[in-house]
Design a protein. Sequence first.
Length: 521
Amino acid sequence: MPVKGSYEVTSLRQLQRYHHSTLNTFSDGETLVEAIHRRPGIYGPNPIAYLSLLARRPTLTLGDIEEALINDRSLVRATAFRGSLFLLASEDYPLYFRALYDTLSSTGMSRLRSEGFDEEALKRFGERLRAVAFTMPKSDADIIATLFPGKERRPGTDVERTILRKLCDIGVLIRTTTKGWKGNQFNYALAEQWLPEASLAPEQVDNARVDVVRRYLRCYGPARLEDAAWWTGLQVAEVRRVFEVLGREVVKFPVDGLGEGLVTLREVADQTRKGAGAVERILFLPLWDAYALGWRDRTRIVEPRFAPWVYDPAGNTTSIIVEEGRCIGLWQFRDSDSIAIEFHIFEPYANRLNAVRIAAEQHANQLAVVASAREVRVIERALPAPLADRPAASFLWPLGKEPVFRISDNDYDNPMDRRERQPNVLRSKFLDDERLVRPADETKEHARERPALRLGGAKPVLKADADKPVVVIASDGKQKQITVRAAPGKAKPPVAVAATKPAALRASAQKKPAKKAGKKR
């Protein structure tokens, strides 16, 4: 791969700050569509798309996205890089379609062939839908009814979903409306009706691939050939040919600690080396965010020793806290009537605890607006085992699926975990970490409806623990023993206690049995 010209070695911290100011921050003068056009790789499914955009533009509303997706159709959800769903500028969709068509058309076909549906069957399905020529979006059930009319034998639900996806991949259908900011049950429109000016044909593929790799390097460079191949989903040999075509457009750009082979576009090399203005805002990026998945190299944004908590063995990335381009911790959130943000800061960045708490509360309030939540909680949690040592899909819950305390089975769902709920999850009424951040703007009425969160960092106490001596951790870090009095009336039976219940609490509960308020046994 001939690459002429080279720059002096740049530090990794300088590069992280540069990408934080460009990839992770939208400028005030950019429209939403322009920002996405310049930063390819924003993941498409809900609610990740909204969370990625909200982190970069805190003033964003759901209406802004709906306006671009549905009303003026300047944005589109479409399968692109690595065969995944992304949020794209509509003007860019034909380019990505041409460049990635070989991958898009072949992914998932082995499953369909095993059920008796090949490329010719998909072609017939497309002709059948175009013959109907519907102009308004239809539900998945309506589309399937059109594809399998009358008593024609229908496949299983999973095969139907694969057929719908493949019809989107090959440019027959477009995903349009959905219910709510977390839903992914899309309605579908004919691509030729929804985007009449878009030419979705696998033509001029080589030129399209050159442009796609050029855009990748402009946004994510410096990067290696392997990074570009992994990110786009193209073969390494195909990307190598693209680099040869780029020729003098590409320049070597060494970075301290990242090894050899890094290149970037000559047009952005000077700007990358000079860096950009500091962005002090702490970001809460969701799982599968564009920044964490920008490179195959897992050490670009996080210290190698913490990478096992950020990336799982399958390559999934979890929700991360980012400051100046560096991952300093993990976070997750639960939503119902309340928004609960749980976070953990990696040990070297413990001095940023207060700043992260403030940023977490601000982010929780932003989520509360879109989720119509009545209150927010911000909780610091302990660091669990690495993702590789935990069950599959643990990247959805980087700090643990079981909440630090639970009032009911329906409290605090993770909107990114859509798997079937398990009824036998152990309930814990005690915190499993050291500190609790006070909820913002808690009203007295709400405080009476649920376990109170005490000032000074004390742990919440449930009604089942009434009239028991309880050890709490105060704001000064010292343990104190207090007695909690029960309200008049019959107490609720205690819920199960986690095996990680603090030893001090177990000891105090065994030595001093509970008493009724104002009476002796």
